[in-house]
Design a protein around this ligand. Structure first.
Ligand code: TYD
Length: 212
């Protein structure tokens, strides 16, 4: 049976990655006959821990508060997500596109004040993506997009100062984890323009042979 392939999308809130997950899935489904099934999924999930997480994200306003609690919940949610959905899909030979995965914890919970080393250690044994697409946008632009989009007010991590620090920590990840194949994609411009860059990155990345 064909081995599955796992692509994670990363970026600060408002970077536009969710839209790009969907567009890449559409493009791959119509272009590549290699995968009969494409799974689009996201974190946090609505599972045991994800549900709890999402409640806190709306009720808490200080982005730096509760770092330890958040880290534990995100990792527990991720492990449940892997066990129930991601790993079975990969074993069945499916292409999995995930909106946020472990590098979200590397960047967000590090910005909250937790040592990167500890975050990495907590992910021992967790499946790693074959490719990580990091959609990059300056914090100010992303914040502007969020302010237009959020009718219910901003979530916990959607603060301009937090987002600026977060972006700089995200941008360090490709050098810190060279084996993780993290490709930084310019998130400026229209959705179509970003989608073209995402396709180009997938084609160009050394692992494209596994997808196309
Ligand atoms: P988000 O991508 O906004 O989810 P949705 O669009 O489904 O509401 O994720 C919710 C928040 O959680 C977002 O601010 C990023 C944050 N987050 C972390 O801090 N660490 C993590 O490991 C993950 C997956 C998300």
């Amino acid at each position: 049976m064909a081995k599955g392939f796992f692509i994670a999308f990363e970026g600060i809130d408002g970077s536009g990655k969710t839209e790009q997950v969907f567009r890449l899935a559409q493009w791959l489904f119509s272009t590549s006959k290699k995968f009969t099934s494409i799974v689009c999924t996201r974190e946090p999930t609505w599972g045991t821990y994800g549900r709890r997480l999402r409640r806190f994200l709306h009720s808490e306003k200080d982005p730096y508060a509760g770092a330890e609690r958040f880290l534990k919940l995100y990792v527990a949610d991720r492990k449940e997500h892997c066990a129930k959905e991601i790993v079975p899909a990969l074993k069945a030979g499916k292409l999995v596109l995930c909106d946020r995965f472990m590098h979200s914890s590397y960047a967000f919970q590090q910005t909250q004040g937790i040592a990167l080393k500890r975050i990495v250690q907590m992910h021992a044994g967790v499946a790693r993506p074959d490719l990580v697409l990091l959609i990059d946008l300056p914090a100010k632009e992303a914040f502007g997009r969020l302010s237009k989009r959020n009718v219910k007010g901003n979530e916990k991590f959607e603060r301009l100062e937090f987002m600026a620090r977060l972006r700089s920590l995200y941008l360090r990840l490709p050098k810190q984890f060279p084996k993780d194949r993290i490709v930084v994609i310019n998130g400026r411009g229209s959705r179509e323009q970003v989608a073209v860059r995402v396709k180009a990155a997938v084609i160009k990345s050394g692992v494209a042979a596994g997808v196309l």
